[in-house]
Design a protein around this ligand. Structure first.
Ligand code: MLT
Length: 309
């Protein structure tokens, strides 16, 4: 059987799969090329760049399994795959620490304006007065979504002496107590937090969850972080809120359209720190997700039991 390893998935995947399968590696695959070659494959492993759409699935005559080397499956049409009996599995654990640490890095670099201070100093501007930051200590961090990454962020933020208030419809008191966080409604988080970080998948319910209405109800000078999925925070509303001073800063790793569009409203605003979807981009995480996804794909192709996404 033949497996396509796409999107620059770590070579560890090849090492695991090549014992039992024919492997083809294609790091950069256009939508047209994917449509053309997909009928040859029994399995495919992707990150987020390749879009496994309804059209791709309709042409995937031999495909039995799609492995996602990462958590989010929003680039895969799961219902179309399921209709064709194609298994979709992901690797939900390998990049948890990477995404958690990136969130902390984004919160700290935004609070201390490190990217803009670096950029201007590289150009020769020595300006200690302009780049006065804020401390995390004693501030309230609102965590929206207290799953693996959200709870990891909460735990690390506590070591910075932050107070945590969390909104998560699936969170019960017992788990909140065990984590040492206060549970609140979305409105509670919106109204009480000094920093807000989102850790939810993008769904019809979470799309534009943070928008001009609730941005207006936040504390003046709030700071926001999104290392989850583009679109959970409305980009235009956030850009307007930063420009008006209602929001003091934002740190954003994920966008409604990736790669970042030229006319994305979050570009070219001093108090907004942007990174190109780097949450899972550590050496360790990329090896971890490649190993998990390829074991899953191998098991599925051998007819063994697997956990689906
Ligand atoms: C994920 O869903 O795992 C992350 O966003 C990382 C990625 O897309 O590779």
């Amino acid at each position: 059987m033949k497996v396509l390893v796409a999107d620059g998935v770590s070579k560890k995947a090849v090492n695991i799969l090549e014992k039992d399968f024919d492997i083809v590696v294609k790091d950069k695959l256009s939508a047209e090329e994917l449509l053309e070659i997909i009928p040859q494959y029994d399995g495919i492993i992707v990150r987020s760049a390749s879009k496994i759409t309804k059209e791709v699935i309709a042409k995937a005559d031999n495909l039995k399994v799609i492995g996602r080397a990462g958590v989010g499956t929003d680039n895969i049409d799961i219902s179309a795959a399921t209709e064709r009996g194609i298994i979709v599995l992901n690797a939900p654990e390998g990049n948890t620490i990477a995404a958690t640490e990136h969130t902390m890095a984004m919160m700290l670099s935004m609070s201390r304006m490190i990217p803009i201070a670096n950029e201007t100093l590289q150009k020769g501007e020595w300006n200690r007065k302009k780049y006065v930051g804020v401390e995390l200590r004693g501030k309230t961090l609102g965590v929206i979504g207290l799953g693996r990454i959200g709870s990891g962020v909460a735990k690390r933020a506590m070591s910075f002496d932050m107070n945590i208030i969390a909104y998560d419809p699936y969170l019960n008191e017992e788990r909140a107590d065990a984590l040492g966080v206060t549970i609140g409604s979305l409105d509670d988080v919106v109204e009480k937090a000094d920093f807000i970080t989102v850790h939810m998948p993008l769904t019809p319910q979470t799309k534009n969850m943070i928008n001009k209405d609730n941005l207006g109800k936040m504390k003046k000078g709030v700071r926001l972080i999104n290392c989850a999925r583009g679109g959970i925070i409305n980009e235009q509303d956030l850009a307007d809120a930063v420009k008006s001073g209602q929001v003091a800063g934002a740190a954003i790793d994920v966008f409604t359209s990736e790669p970042l569009a030229e006319d994305n409203p979050l570009r070219n605003i001093d108090n907004i720190v942007l990174t190109p979807h780097l949450g899972a981009s550590t050496v360790e995480a990329q090896i971890g997700v490649a190993i998990d996804a390829s074991h899953g794909v191998a098991a599925a192709l051998k007819g063994e039991p697997v956990s689906t996404a």
